[in-house]
Structure formats: structure tokens, C-alpha cells
Ligand binder design. Structure first.
Ligand code: PSU
Ligand code: MN
Length: 303
């Protein structure tokens, strides 16, 4: 086992016994939602994973240790610290570990640590992608590279239209990442069920998701698989409302000269602020929905 990795006793036992485990990220807690909703949500997501037959492993870096499986106290600590905790992407890992610092893991670093621990399925809300205007800024999330190189299944609700969804799909194609629609032929756009872009495969059951991922692993493919699960109809947002909020957030981001790793957290917080918390409720519901699909799929993979 990697000398910098700590697997919690519960997660370790499940992995040793071949029981299903689902990885969960921590940037969504520290940078993706305000306190205390973030902590409440993280605990609810863990509960949902359990109710659907798997053990949750929330991942973060604490005091320079890579953690697979956090205690409720550790989740509270990260949630309360919020954006004061470093958002840890691939390039930050060595620095944070060497300095024995804390880091909230993004999709990228959660995949890296899940893979180190032997966890195959990971649930989150949305992934990073190719930002609008990337043809000049070159702002492309490291999440896409990671999906191209680390064999973990990521269950999300698509990507927010703060990104260029068409270019994000092109990039995933280049990196050889299969994009699966869960119960849909269309890529979901996080707050809404449709984006106008097609997926590579439509899959309608956890059994088939597990079969496809098993084939990918047994083929020795080095990359991951992206499962996009649409937000439940009753929680989806009005497209015009969310589009207006996103346009406004993008405008303020540009005006304030926000760049680099600050961009996504800024846009996420702005959208919540502009929609008066409605988008936060949708965000919570879609994460729970993804946690359930991921847990059922992890259980199938263990059969
Ligand atoms: N998109 C969301 N919610 C999130 C994130 C993205 O809708 O919480 C977080 C995830 O942790 C993701 C990261 O991996 O932001 C991507 O950041 P960047 O765009 O800087 O790569
Ligand atoms: Mn970026």
C-alpha cells in the first residue's frame, strides 16, 4: 500500500472482504456548497450509499495523509473551513503531502486516491471540463486527463453549462473516455436533464453499467468511464433561469479577472447566490441520485 495513504477501518474491511465501496470527493464539500449545507449533504450522501448497499469512502488529504474514508468530525472540519482549504488537483498532491497540509480532493485527485486504495466506483455532482473560451484561455480541467488515464468509474449528472459541453465531449473522445447516459441518449447538463448533445452509449441498469466497466477493466484499458445520470425530473431547474444565472456568473468572473483554479469555485458560488439557493437544492438532490446509482453499480461489480 502507498506509504502516504490511510484507509479507514470500515473501508479497509469492506475492500478486503470484496464488498462494494463508493468513493466520494471533498472539493464539493469545501468549495462546491456553503456551510452547513455542505456537511449535511456529505453525511446524507454517505447515508444514501449505505442504503443502496455499499460502504462510502469520502476522500481528502488531512495533515499530509491521503485519506480514503473520513470520520464525521473530519467532514465537519473540511466543511467549516470551506474555501480556506486548498483545492487539491494532481499538480498539488506532492506539495500538500510534503508540507503535511490539508487538501480537498477534486474529481482528479479523488480518482487518483480511490485507485490507490482499490476503489473502482466514484460518485459526485459535476465534473470539470473545457471552459467556454478555452480556445484562448486553455482552461481545460485536469479531470478530463484523469478520466483518460485512471481506471475509475465516475458517476455524475453531466457538466454545468459554465463549461463548453461540446468541446468537453470532443476532449473526452480524444482521451478515449466512454461517456454513458444512464437512462438517456442525451448528455445531461447538471441542473437540467438535456443538453442537446448525444452520449456514446445509453445504459438502463446498474447490471449493465457494471458489465461495461468490467469489460473496460478486463480489456486492460488504462482510463476511466464517465456515467452521466440526469437530475430527477421533479428537481430539475427551469433552463431559462439557470442559463441567465450562468451568463451573469461568467460575466462577473471575467470582469473581476478571476483565473485558474479559482474559476470553477467562483462560478459555483455565484450561481448559488444568483438563484437564491434553488440551484443548491437541485445540486443536493442530483448528488444523492448519483450516489444511489454508484452504490448499486459497485454492488453489481462485486458479484
Ligand atoms: N463542478 C461542479 N461542482 C463541483 C466541481 C465542479 O458542478 O464541486 C468541482 C469538482 O471537485 C471538480 C472541480 O473536480 O470542481 C473542477 O475544478 P476545475 O474546473 O478547476 O478543474
Ligand atoms: Mn481550470
Amino acid at each position: 500500500m502507498n506509504k502516504y495513504l490511510d484507509i479507514s477501518p470500515e473501508v479497509k474491511k469492506a475492500l478486503e472482504e470484496g464488498k462494494p465501496v463508493v468513493a466520494l470527493e471533498s472539493t464539493i464539500i469545501s468549495h462546491g456548497m456553503p456551510y452547513p449545507k455542505n456537511v449535511e449533504t456529505a453525511m446524507l450522501v454517505e447515508k444514501t450509499v449505505r442504503e443502496n448497499g455499499a460502504v462510502p469512502a469520502t476522500i481528502a488529504i488531512i495533515g499530509g495523509r491521503l485519506k480514503a474514508g473520513l470520520s464525521p468530525e473530519e467532514i465537519e472540519y473540511l466543511g467549516k473551513a470551506g474555501r480556506k482549504v486548498a483545492k487539491a488537483s494532481r499538480r498539488d498532491l506532492a506539495g500538500i503531502v510534503a508540507r503535511r497540509a490539508d487538501g480537498a480532493t477534486t474529481v482528479t485527485t479523488t480518482m487518483i486516491i480511490a485507485h490507490m486504495a482499490g476503489i473502482k466506483v466514484f460518485a459526485t455532482g459535476g465534473i470539470g471540463g473545457v471552459h467556454r473560451g478555452a480556445e484562448t484561455t486553455m482552461d481545460i480541467s485536469a479531470d478530463l486527463e484523469e478520466l483518460g488515464s485512471t481506471p475509475v468509474m465516475v458517476v455524475c449528472a453531466g457538466a454545468k453549462s459554465i463549461l463548453d459541453l461540446g468541446l468537453t465531449l470532443e476532449y473526452l473522445e480524444t482521451k478515449g473516455v466512454p461517456v454513458i447516459g444512464y437512462g438517456t441518449d442525451e448528455l445531461p447538463a447538471f441542473y437540467t436533464r438535456k443538453s442537446g448533445f448525444g452520449v456514446d452509449y445509453r445504459v438502463d441498469s446498474p447490471e449493465e453499467l457494471a458489465a461495461m466497466f468490467k469489460a473496460q477493466l478486463e480489456l486492460g484499458m488504462k482510463g476511466g468511464m464517465l456515467v452521466t445520470n440526469p437530475i430527477p425530473e421533479e428537481y430539475s431547474m427551469d433552463k431559462a433561469v439557470i442559463d441567465a444565472a450562468i451568463e451573469q456568473a461568467l460575466k462577473e468572473c471575467k470582469e473581476q479577472g478571476i483565473k485558474g483554479k479559482e474559476t470553477t469555485p467562483f462560478l459555483l458560488a455565484k450561481v448559488v447566490e444568483l438563484t437564491g439557493g434553488d440551484s443548491l437544492e437541485s445540486n443536493i438532490k442530483l448528488v444523492l441520485n448519483n450516489a444511489a446509482v454508484a452504490a448499486k453499480t459497485a454492488a453489481e461489480l462485486c458479484k
